[in-house]
Design a binder for this molecule. Structure first.
Ligand SMILES: [Zn+2]
Length: 125
């Protein structure tokens, strides 16, 4: 169980991440809207380059949306007092680990075990 100070520290970490990502997601959206507005009546010289920029932007946007979801989930876990509870073994996740990676849902042991399974699976291919 986290102390109030630890919970508060994690919350401000998550909130800062949320704000930072929220700003990015917003500019990605504006980019999309500008692009649609520009579409009418333009020549298609830079179409290929623009497509490339656009898909890079979209991939970035997807990644940010994914991260935002993880942060919101971590906030929910924090509010429910479950943030330091490992998803796999229910053992407490160390505060240092949470501080380094607030969106984690696994303790160090379980994370290591999972990575081991993943790399074993890769080796078999
Ligand atoms: Zn665990």
């Amino acid at each position: 169980m986290l102390t109030t100070e630890q919970a508060n520290e994690l919350r401000s970490r998550l909130q800062a991440d949320l704000t930072r990502l929220g700003d990015h997601a917003h500019s990605a959206l504006e980019f999309t809207m500008d692009r649609d507005r520009d579409r009418i009546g333009r020549d298609s010289m830079d179409e290929a380059t623009e497509e490339e920029t656009y898909s890079t932007q979209l991939r970035l946007h997807d990644r940010e949306t994914f991260l935002l979801e993880k942060i919101r989930e971590a906030m929910r876990r924090l509010d429910a007092g479950e943030i330091d509870e490992c998803e796999d073994c229910s053992e407490p996740i160390g505060f240092k680990r949470l501080l380094a990676r607030p969106v984690t849902t696994l303790c160090f042991e379980c994370k290591t075990a999972r990575e081991q399974v993943e790399s074993d699976a890769l080796a078999e291919e």
